[in-house]
Design a protein. Structure first.
Lengths: 298, 252
């Protein structure tokens, strides 16, 4: 982190430190959001391959944002302050994804294959929906939208940092309170109910936390599909136990190291030549295929 | 006492449990027997609030299982289903420690540790306590899960086919253990069981089901009659007395 703040800094420190500090905070928030959302999601679904991103939930967020521009127009949007809008979007996102999660995981027990397939189809559906709306949009509005969506690790939306930090702190508090119950959830629904957990309520609460975290990370840096999967599996390997008091911090820590470290190397060594997300998605994608392959062979 | 009032469960058109009313005693072993698809497991799951009934109520010591908070019930009633797959990497003692969750909320006290050690010793798992579940045989794993349920220290224990995947020796040992638990710790244990002979030898009370209905409620002697068994299982079972136990010869 210190390296990220200082290496290759030329010029006025008064500029460098706040600028990089903002970026650093953004990266840490994203790392926490992605790692936590993935671990929680895998606990609920009792599955080490599914992640919110694989299930297409960040494309839901993109679709939501596109729809907002489509129906309201950028002029109206420009008047509204960014922060309340973000909060509103997050709330919409929570509502929609909870409906979807509920249907997929709670209303009836479905086979894992069906759930994965449904997730992929949803992802494609929301992406095509966004594309279609983007085609019809007025070119000027389209450019404005592009600007909103093309967030990346280099151009973290600093306006949203404060709001995001607050939101993330709230979710951290909620998941901290549920920590002991999370371990019990891993034993499966029946055992969890037997041990006195109000399964429906706890799971819906966790789904809400996940939806919020996905919104935060997507709003800050855009969709990252395989990053969560990568850090979650690395965390399980690293700590050698499945207790959440260890796996959650471990996943977050690994995510921070990967993001901040990767960003430093990318900026200072490669001179902004490649995009960090490309590298992360590449390794993450390979990890995903390896996991799938190992599960198929079992 | 567990009271079941007009309990019914339907899936779409199919009625799996059909208007069952029962009273299960405060102590001793109750065996639920019957052919495949009789609704035994569904009945057990509804008693333990794992499945919501279509109609009817279950009262555990007067508490309605659908309305009472889960945390309260978890101190009175424990259930162990068959096929317990755990995706988590856990040692035996870690698994058994989960049985204390309703009491400790995840922060085990000295009292909880004592219960955990007792349950592990009771099932003869002392040497295996630090082994991981995926390194155990099917029978050992089954015993670890039973230890978890015993550590939960509830008055009522419901077990869904606890003899599944156990060989002759371990099946008999498990039934003896349940007998001892019921007698020494004064618990009410309800088991769904396939082998009528185990029910005949070890159960105080028998409930026989067929097509979602209760066909018979009574002692083991009432069940082990050739005519009764033919009615329940639709097949001829000779019954002979051996060393004072009535055994069904369903292999013939």
């Amino acid at each position: 982190m210190a390296a990220f703040m200082t290496v290759g800094a030329k010029g006025n420190w008064d500029f460098v430190l706040p600028f990089r500090g903002g970026k650093l905070l953004g990266l840490v928030l994203v790392a926490y959001a992605v790692a936590t959302a993935t671990v929680l999601f895998q606990t609920i679904t009792q599955n080490r391959i599914l992640t919110p991103a694989v299930m297409g939930f960040d494309s839901l967020y993109v679709a939501l944002q596109t729809a907002l521009v489509f129906f309201l127009g950028t002029r109206d949007l420009a008047i509204i302050d960014m922060r309340p809008r973000f909060v509103l979007e997050t709330m919409l996102m929570v509502a929609m994804s909870m409906a979807l999660f509920h249907w997929l995981f709670l209303s009836r027990r479905r086979s894992l294959h069906l759930v994965v397939l449904a997730g992929l189809v949803f992802g494609v559906f929301f992406r095509s929906l966004s594309h279609m709306m983007q085609r019809i949009l007025d070119p000027n509005e389209f450019i404005a939208l592009q600007d909103m969506l093309f967030a990346s690790f280099n151009t973290i939306d600093t306006q949203l940092l404060a709001v995001s930090s607050v939101i993330v702190l709230v979710t951290a508090w909620v998941s901290r309170r549920l920590l002991a119950k999370l371990d019990v959830l891993m034993l499966g629904r029946d055992t969890a109910v037997n041990l006195g957990i109000d399964y429906q309520r706890v799971v819906m609460m966790l789904f809400a936390v996940i939806a919020v975290l996905v919104s935060v990370s997507t709003a800050l840096v855009g969709p990252v599909t395989f990053f969560g999967l990568l850090v979650a599996s690395l965390a399980y390997q690293a700590v050698g136990t499945d207790r959440h008091e260890y796996t959650l911090p471990a996943a977050t820590l690994i995510a921070i190291i990967a993001l901040v470290g990767g960003q430093t190397v990318m900026e200072r060594v490669f001179g902004f030549d490649t995009a960090l997300s490309v590298i992360i998605e590449f390794t993450g994608g390979i990890a995903f295929m390896l996991l799938l392959y190992r599960n198929l062979n079992r | 006492m567990i009271e079941i009032h007009n309990l019914t469960k339907c899936y779409d058109e199919a009625t799996v449990v059909d208007d069952v009313s029962l009273k299960l005693p405060e102590s001793g072993i109750t065996a639920i027997v019957g052919p495949n698809g009789a609704g035994k497991s569904t009945l057990l799951s509804m008693m333990a609030r794992l499945i919501a009934p279509t109609a009817g109520r279950v009262l555990v010591d007067g508490l309605d299982v659908q309305e009472t908070p889960g945390a309260v019930l978890a101190k009175r009633l424990a259930i162990l289903k068959q096929n317990n797959q755990v995706n988590m990497r856990l040692t035996v003692s870690e698994l058994v420690a989960f049985g204390r969750f309703p009491h400790s909320g995840g922060r085990p006290t000295v009292e909880d540790k004592r219960h955990i050690d007792e349950a592990i010793a009771y099932l003869g798992l002392n040497e295996l306590r630090d082994r991981f579940l995926d390194e155990l045989s099917g029978g050992q794993r089954q015993r670890a899960f039973v230890a978890m349920v015993l550590a939960q220290d509830t008055k009522y224990v419901l077990l869904d086919e606890p003899l599944n995947s156990l060989d002759m020796k371990h099946a008999a040992a498990m039934m003896k253990l349940l007998r001892r638990t019921a007698d020494e710790l004064a618990k009410s244990i309800t088991v769904v069981i396939h082998d009528i002979n185990f029910a005949s030898i070890y159960a105080d009370h028998v409930v026989a089901m067929r097509d979602g209905r209760v066909m018979l409620e009574g002692g083991a002697v009432d069940l082990m009659q050739e005519l009764v068994l033919k009615d329940i299982y639709d097949t001829v079972v000779k019954v002979r007395e051996v060393d004072g136990h009535r055994l069904g010869l369903h292999y013939l």
